[in-house]
Ligand binder design. Structure first.
Ligand SMILES: [Zn+2]
Ligand SMILES: [Zn+2]
Length: 332
Protein backbone atom coordinates (compact mmCIF):
# COMPACT_ATOMS: atom_id res chain seq x y z
CA UNK A 1 0.00 0.00 0.00
CA UNK A 2 1.30 3.40 -1.00
CA UNK A 3 1.02 5.58 2.07
CA UNK A 4 3.62 8.07 0.91
CA UNK A 5 2.40 9.52 -2.38
CA UNK A 6 -0.55 11.90 -1.98
CA UNK A 7 -3.53 10.78 -4.04
CA UNK A 8 -3.69 13.93 -6.14
CA UNK A 9 -0.29 13.36 -7.70
CA UNK A 10 -1.43 10.18 -9.42
CA UNK A 11 -5.14 10.84 -9.77
CA UNK A 12 -4.58 13.48 -12.48
CA UNK A 13 -5.47 11.02 -15.24
CA UNK A 14 -8.99 10.67 -13.90
CA UNK A 15 -11.87 12.15 -15.85
CA UNK A 16 -13.21 14.32 -13.07
CA UNK A 17 -12.08 17.91 -13.01
CA UNK A 18 -11.51 18.83 -9.42
CA UNK A 19 -11.64 22.54 -8.77
CA UNK A 20 -9.42 24.38 -6.38
CA UNK A 21 -11.83 26.51 -4.40
CA UNK A 22 -9.22 28.31 -2.35
CA UNK A 23 -10.79 31.63 -3.23
CA UNK A 24 -14.21 30.70 -1.80
CA UNK A 25 -14.73 32.26 1.62
CA UNK A 26 -16.04 30.11 4.46
CA UNK A 27 -18.57 31.26 7.00
CA UNK A 28 -17.78 30.72 10.65
CA UNK A 29 -20.42 29.55 13.11
CA UNK A 30 -21.97 31.86 15.77
CA UNK A 31 -19.84 32.50 18.93
CA UNK A 32 -21.86 30.26 21.29
CA UNK A 33 -21.66 27.32 18.89
CA UNK A 34 -17.95 28.00 18.42
CA UNK A 35 -17.38 27.77 22.20
CA UNK A 36 -19.37 24.52 22.42
CA UNK A 37 -17.46 23.08 19.49
CA UNK A 38 -14.15 24.15 21.05
CA UNK A 39 -15.09 22.31 24.27
CA UNK A 40 -16.19 19.26 22.25
CA UNK A 41 -12.84 19.10 20.49
CA UNK A 42 -10.45 20.18 23.26
CA UNK A 43 -12.25 18.49 26.19
CA UNK A 44 -11.50 14.96 24.95
CA UNK A 45 -7.86 15.93 24.32
CA UNK A 46 -7.71 16.97 27.99
CA UNK A 47 -8.96 13.45 28.72
CA UNK A 48 -6.04 12.04 26.76
CA UNK A 49 -3.61 14.14 28.82
CA UNK A 50 -5.36 13.08 32.04
CA UNK A 51 -5.16 9.41 30.99
CA UNK A 52 -1.39 9.71 30.49
CA UNK A 53 -1.14 11.40 33.91
CA UNK A 54 -3.19 8.63 35.56
CA UNK A 55 -0.96 6.02 33.91
CA UNK A 56 2.01 7.29 35.91
CA UNK A 57 0.16 8.49 38.99
CA UNK A 58 0.28 5.45 41.17
CA UNK A 59 -1.28 5.39 44.65
CA UNK A 60 -0.98 2.75 47.37
CA UNK A 61 -4.47 1.53 46.41
CA UNK A 62 -4.50 1.95 42.63
CA UNK A 63 -1.69 0.98 40.29
CA UNK A 64 -2.15 3.41 37.39
CA UNK A 65 -4.35 1.48 34.99
CA UNK A 66 -5.93 -1.95 35.32
CA UNK A 67 -7.93 -4.33 33.19
CA UNK A 68 -11.25 -2.71 34.20
CA UNK A 69 -10.18 0.58 32.55
CA UNK A 70 -8.97 -1.17 29.38
CA UNK A 71 -12.05 -3.38 29.19
CA UNK A 72 -14.40 -0.44 29.66
CA UNK A 73 -12.62 1.67 27.07
CA UNK A 74 -12.59 -1.09 24.44
CA UNK A 75 -16.26 -1.98 24.98
CA UNK A 76 -17.47 1.64 24.94
CA UNK A 77 -15.20 2.53 22.00
CA UNK A 78 -16.74 -0.39 20.09
CA UNK A 79 -20.35 0.48 21.00
CA UNK A 80 -19.96 4.16 20.05
CA UNK A 81 -17.79 3.24 17.04
CA UNK A 82 -20.27 0.76 15.57
CA UNK A 83 -23.01 3.28 16.35
CA UNK A 84 -21.23 5.76 14.09
CA UNK A 85 -20.15 3.37 11.31
CA UNK A 86 -23.25 1.17 11.12
CA UNK A 87 -25.82 3.64 12.48
CA UNK A 88 -24.97 7.21 11.48
CA UNK A 89 -23.06 6.26 8.34
CA UNK A 90 -24.14 3.09 6.55
CA UNK A 91 -27.76 2.99 7.79
CA UNK A 92 -28.96 6.57 8.33
CA UNK A 93 -26.85 8.39 5.74
CA UNK A 94 -26.65 5.81 2.96
CA UNK A 95 -29.58 3.44 3.67
CA UNK A 96 -27.30 0.50 2.96
CA UNK A 97 -29.68 -1.87 4.71
CA UNK A 98 -33.02 -1.85 6.48
CA UNK A 99 -33.85 -2.64 10.07
CA UNK A 100 -36.48 -2.08 12.76
CA UNK A 101 -36.98 1.51 13.87
CA UNK A 102 -35.93 0.80 17.51
CA UNK A 103 -32.63 -0.61 16.19
CA UNK A 104 -32.09 2.67 14.32
CA UNK A 105 -32.76 4.62 17.50
CA UNK A 106 -30.39 2.51 19.62
CA UNK A 107 -27.62 2.89 17.03
CA UNK A 108 -28.24 6.65 16.86
CA UNK A 109 -28.00 6.97 20.66
CA UNK A 110 -24.77 4.93 20.77
CA UNK A 111 -23.32 7.07 17.97
CA UNK A 112 -24.36 10.28 19.74
CA UNK A 113 -22.24 9.22 22.72
CA UNK A 114 -19.21 9.46 20.41
CA UNK A 115 -19.30 13.26 20.66
CA UNK A 116 -19.14 13.78 16.90
CA UNK A 117 -22.13 16.07 16.63
CA UNK A 118 -25.91 15.81 16.57
CA UNK A 119 -27.36 12.92 14.61
CA UNK A 120 -29.34 14.83 11.96
CA UNK A 121 -26.57 17.35 11.33
CA UNK A 122 -23.97 14.53 11.07
CA UNK A 123 -26.02 12.81 8.37
CA UNK A 124 -26.72 16.07 6.48
CA UNK A 125 -23.02 17.00 6.48
CA UNK A 126 -21.98 13.58 5.27
CA UNK A 127 -24.54 13.52 2.48
CA UNK A 128 -23.14 16.87 1.33
CA UNK A 129 -19.61 15.40 1.44
CA UNK A 130 -20.70 12.73 -1.03
CA UNK A 131 -22.57 15.17 -3.28
CA UNK A 132 -19.64 17.60 -3.55
CA UNK A 133 -16.72 15.31 -2.76
CA UNK A 134 -13.41 17.21 -3.10
CA UNK A 135 -15.18 20.07 -4.86
CA UNK A 136 -16.40 23.47 -3.77
CA UNK A 137 -19.14 22.78 -1.23
CA UNK A 138 -17.51 19.70 0.30
CA UNK A 139 -17.51 20.48 4.05
CA UNK A 140 -14.20 18.73 4.69
CA UNK A 141 -12.04 18.20 1.64
CA UNK A 142 -8.26 18.42 2.16
CA UNK A 143 -7.78 19.48 -1.47
CA UNK A 144 -9.29 22.96 -1.58
CA UNK A 145 -6.67 24.94 0.32
CA UNK A 146 -3.90 25.71 -2.10
CA UNK A 147 -1.17 23.86 -3.97
CA UNK A 148 2.14 22.45 -2.80
CA UNK A 149 2.99 20.74 0.47
CA UNK A 150 1.82 23.74 2.51
CA UNK A 151 -1.56 23.82 0.76
CA UNK A 152 -1.95 20.09 1.38
CA UNK A 153 -1.01 20.48 5.05
CA UNK A 154 -3.46 23.34 5.43
CA UNK A 155 -6.11 21.25 3.70
CA UNK A 156 -5.50 18.24 5.94
CA UNK A 157 -5.75 20.37 9.09
CA UNK A 158 -9.06 21.74 7.76
CA UNK A 159 -10.36 18.29 6.74
CA UNK A 160 -9.37 16.77 10.07
CA UNK A 161 -10.80 19.23 12.59
CA UNK A 162 -11.09 22.87 11.54
CA UNK A 163 -14.09 22.18 9.28
CA UNK A 164 -16.07 21.58 12.49
CA UNK A 165 -15.91 25.34 13.18
CA UNK A 166 -17.40 26.39 9.84
CA UNK A 167 -21.07 27.16 9.54
CA UNK A 168 -22.90 24.20 8.08
CA UNK A 169 -24.71 25.19 4.91
CA UNK A 170 -26.82 22.04 4.62
CA UNK A 171 -30.49 22.69 4.04
CA UNK A 172 -31.88 20.10 6.44
CA UNK A 173 -35.40 20.09 5.01
CA UNK A 174 -33.97 19.13 1.63
CA UNK A 175 -31.05 16.92 2.60
CA UNK A 176 -32.48 14.81 5.46
CA UNK A 177 -36.31 14.77 5.13
CA UNK A 178 -36.31 11.07 6.04
CA UNK A 179 -34.81 11.73 9.48
CA UNK A 180 -36.89 14.84 10.14
CA UNK A 181 -40.03 12.77 9.48
CA UNK A 182 -39.23 10.51 12.45
CA UNK A 183 -40.17 12.33 15.72
CA UNK A 184 -38.14 9.89 17.84
CA UNK A 185 -35.04 10.54 15.74
CA UNK A 186 -35.58 14.30 16.15
CA UNK A 187 -35.92 13.75 19.92
CA UNK A 188 -32.67 11.74 20.00
CA UNK A 189 -31.03 14.52 18.02
CA UNK A 190 -32.22 17.22 20.45
CA UNK A 191 -30.91 15.26 23.45
CA UNK A 192 -27.40 15.07 21.98
CA UNK A 193 -25.59 16.58 24.98
CA UNK A 194 -27.46 14.21 27.32
CA UNK A 195 -26.16 11.18 25.39
CA UNK A 196 -22.62 12.58 25.40
CA UNK A 197 -22.90 13.26 29.15
CA UNK A 198 -24.19 9.74 29.83
CA UNK A 199 -21.31 8.32 27.79
CA UNK A 200 -18.92 10.07 30.17
CA UNK A 201 -20.84 9.62 33.44
CA UNK A 202 -21.77 5.93 33.16
CA UNK A 203 -18.17 4.62 32.90
CA UNK A 204 -17.33 6.89 35.86
CA UNK A 205 -20.12 5.38 37.95
CA UNK A 206 -19.20 1.84 36.91
CA UNK A 207 -15.54 2.17 37.89
CA UNK A 208 -16.43 4.22 40.96
CA UNK A 209 -18.59 1.32 42.17
CA UNK A 210 -16.02 -1.28 41.13
CA UNK A 211 -13.18 0.39 43.04
CA UNK A 212 -15.46 1.86 45.75
CA UNK A 213 -13.64 5.16 45.42
CA UNK A 214 -13.67 8.61 43.83
CA UNK A 215 -10.39 7.66 42.16
CA UNK A 216 -12.30 4.91 40.36
CA UNK A 217 -14.97 7.42 39.29
CA UNK A 218 -12.34 9.79 37.84
CA UNK A 219 -10.54 6.88 36.18
CA UNK A 220 -13.81 5.75 34.54
CA UNK A 221 -14.65 9.27 33.34
CA UNK A 222 -11.18 9.62 31.83
CA UNK A 223 -10.68 6.18 30.26
CA UNK A 224 -14.22 5.16 29.37
CA UNK A 225 -15.45 8.69 28.65
CA UNK A 226 -13.04 11.40 27.52
CA UNK A 227 -10.16 9.31 26.16
CA UNK A 228 -12.58 7.02 24.34
CA UNK A 229 -14.27 10.05 22.72
CA UNK A 230 -10.90 11.57 21.81
CA UNK A 231 -9.61 8.42 20.09
CA UNK A 232 -12.83 7.81 18.16
CA UNK A 233 -13.12 11.45 17.08
CA UNK A 234 -9.64 11.47 15.59
CA UNK A 235 -10.08 8.07 13.96
CA UNK A 236 -13.31 9.27 12.30
CA UNK A 237 -11.77 12.58 11.27
CA UNK A 238 -8.76 10.74 9.82
CA UNK A 239 -11.12 9.35 7.19
CA UNK A 240 -11.81 12.94 6.09
CA UNK A 241 -8.14 13.91 6.10
CA UNK A 242 -5.94 10.82 5.58
CA UNK A 243 -8.38 8.80 3.44
CA UNK A 244 -8.66 11.61 0.88
CA UNK A 245 -4.87 11.93 0.60
CA UNK A 246 -2.93 8.74 1.31
CA UNK A 247 -3.64 5.16 0.35
CA UNK A 248 -4.59 3.22 -2.76
CA UNK A 249 -7.41 3.63 -5.24
CA UNK A 250 -8.92 0.56 -6.86
CA UNK A 251 -12.01 2.22 -8.31
CA UNK A 252 -12.66 5.29 -10.37
CA UNK A 253 -14.45 7.89 -8.31
CA UNK A 254 -14.74 11.58 -9.01
CA UNK A 255 -12.66 12.55 -5.97
CA UNK A 256 -9.38 11.66 -4.25
CA UNK A 257 -10.74 9.06 -1.82
CA UNK A 258 -8.35 6.25 -0.90
CA UNK A 259 -8.26 2.85 0.78
CA UNK A 260 -6.02 2.88 3.83
CA UNK A 261 -5.43 -0.33 5.81
CA UNK A 262 -4.31 1.12 9.19
CA UNK A 263 -7.27 3.52 9.25
CA UNK A 264 -9.63 0.71 8.15
CA UNK A 265 -8.56 -1.44 11.10
CA UNK A 266 -9.10 1.20 13.80
CA UNK A 267 -12.27 2.63 12.19
CA UNK A 268 -14.10 -0.70 11.89
CA UNK A 269 -13.82 -0.79 8.09
CA UNK A 270 -14.45 2.84 7.21
CA UNK A 271 -10.90 3.26 5.91
CA UNK A 272 -11.83 1.40 2.70
CA UNK A 273 -12.90 4.84 1.63
CA UNK A 274 -12.25 4.63 -2.12
CA UNK A 275 -14.46 1.54 -2.21
CA UNK A 276 -17.07 3.51 -0.29
CA UNK A 277 -17.01 6.53 -2.60
CA UNK A 278 -17.29 4.22 -5.61
CA UNK A 279 -20.26 2.37 -4.05
CA UNK A 280 -21.74 4.67 -1.37
CA UNK A 281 -24.87 2.61 -0.73
CA UNK A 282 -22.96 -0.62 -0.15
CA UNK A 283 -23.26 -1.96 3.40
CA UNK A 284 -19.89 -3.58 2.85
CA UNK A 285 -16.84 -1.31 2.51
CA UNK A 286 -14.09 -3.96 2.55
CA UNK A 287 -15.04 -5.46 -0.81
CA UNK A 288 -12.18 -7.98 -1.05
CA UNK A 289 -11.86 -10.94 1.32
CA UNK A 290 -8.61 -9.50 2.66
CA UNK A 291 -10.10 -6.04 3.30
CA UNK A 292 -11.21 -6.60 6.88
CA UNK A 293 -14.36 -4.65 7.63
CA UNK A 294 -15.52 -5.11 11.23
CA UNK A 295 -18.76 -3.19 10.61
CA UNK A 296 -19.62 -5.56 7.77
CA UNK A 297 -19.07 -8.52 10.12
CA UNK A 298 -21.58 -7.00 12.56
CA UNK A 299 -24.10 -6.25 9.77
CA UNK A 300 -23.75 -9.86 8.57
CA UNK A 301 -24.48 -11.05 12.12
CA UNK A 302 -27.47 -8.67 12.34
CA UNK A 303 -28.77 -10.11 9.08
CA UNK A 304 -28.30 -13.67 10.37
CA UNK A 305 -30.46 -13.00 13.43
CA UNK A 306 -33.11 -11.06 11.51
CA UNK A 307 -32.11 -7.54 12.57
CA UNK A 308 -31.03 -6.43 9.07
CA UNK A 309 -32.55 -7.07 5.65
CA UNK A 310 -32.32 -5.70 2.10
CA UNK A 311 -28.57 -5.45 2.72
CA UNK A 312 -27.03 -3.76 -0.32
CA UNK A 313 -23.68 -4.77 -1.86
CA UNK A 314 -22.41 -4.05 -5.39
CA UNK A 315 -22.51 -6.84 -7.97
CA UNK A 316 -19.30 -8.30 -9.41
CA UNK A 317 -20.20 -6.69 -12.75
CA UNK A 318 -20.67 -3.27 -11.18
CA UNK A 319 -17.31 -3.54 -9.44
CA UNK A 320 -15.54 -4.74 -12.59
CA UNK A 321 -16.93 -1.76 -14.51
CA UNK A 322 -15.45 0.71 -12.05
CA UNK A 323 -11.98 -0.86 -11.69
CA UNK A 324 -9.29 1.74 -12.19
CA UNK A 325 -6.51 0.87 -14.63
CA UNK A 326 -2.95 2.25 -14.38
CA UNK A 327 -3.73 4.99 -16.88
CA UNK A 328 -6.75 6.03 -14.89
CA UNK A 329 -9.28 4.91 -17.49
CA UNK A 330 -12.09 2.50 -16.89
CA UNK A 331 -11.18 -1.14 -17.59
CA UNK A 332 -12.88 -2.89 -20.52
ZN1 LIG B 1 -14.90 10.86 1.69
ZN1 LIG C 1 -20.37 7.90 3.25
Amino acid sequence: MDLVTPARTWAVAEPAEIENADSHPVEHMPPFQTVMMFLSVVGPVMGLIAAVFLLWHRTPVHGGIGWPEIFLMVVLYSLAGFGVTIGFHRLLTHKAFETYRPVKWVLAILASSAGQGMCIRWVATHRRHHQQSDRDGDPHSPHLHGDGPLGLLRGMWHAHVMWCFNKDKSDLARSVPDLLADPVMVWIDQLYFFWVGMGILIPGLLLGMYYHSWYGFVSGVVWGGLLRICLLQHVTWSINSVCHVWGTRRFNSSDYSTNNLPIALVSFGEGWHNNHHAFPTSARHGLKWYEFDASWVVITLMKAVGLAWNVRVPSEAAMAARIKTVSGTVAE
